[in-house]
Design a protein around this ligand. Sequence first.
Ligand SMILES: [Zn+2]
Ligand SMILES: [Zn+2]
Length: 148
Amino acid sequence: MPRAKALRTLQELPSVKGFRPLWMRANYRQAITLKLEEYEVLRLIDYENLIQEQVAELMGVSRPTVTRIYDSARKKLGTALVEGRTFVIEGGDVQLAMKYYQCEDCQHRIEQHHKEEPPGVCPACGSSRMLSLQDCFVRGCQRCRRCR
Ligand SMILES: [Zn+2]
Ligand SMILES: [Zn+2]
């Protein structure tokens, strides 16, 4: 029987959903998908300069798991860079510390506690096109510009 995978806690979501190489057609080669936990480990280690023990604690996983995720993330990033591949940040076995929404009209982003109701309209511009970033990043909502 397959064991349920432990979820890794994520402090925030990426600002973009991926990268596309300059001077190459988008579909020239198959895109590489970086999972959200891989993004998070890169962010915490290479950007925030945390050590693996700290990352393990923040994400609620063991240190060897952090090492494994980090190795896989770097391999993907290196491959994307060298082979000129598009890469997309999506999916993974994660749970978010907060709920995130973004306005499709003005890009204003808000975060809420899980028990709060989803926002009806954007507090910045009043638009009703508020998108759940959780759906977008975790499942690929297929409704927004980032997913198409
Ligand atoms: Zn707005
Ligand atoms: Zn989306």
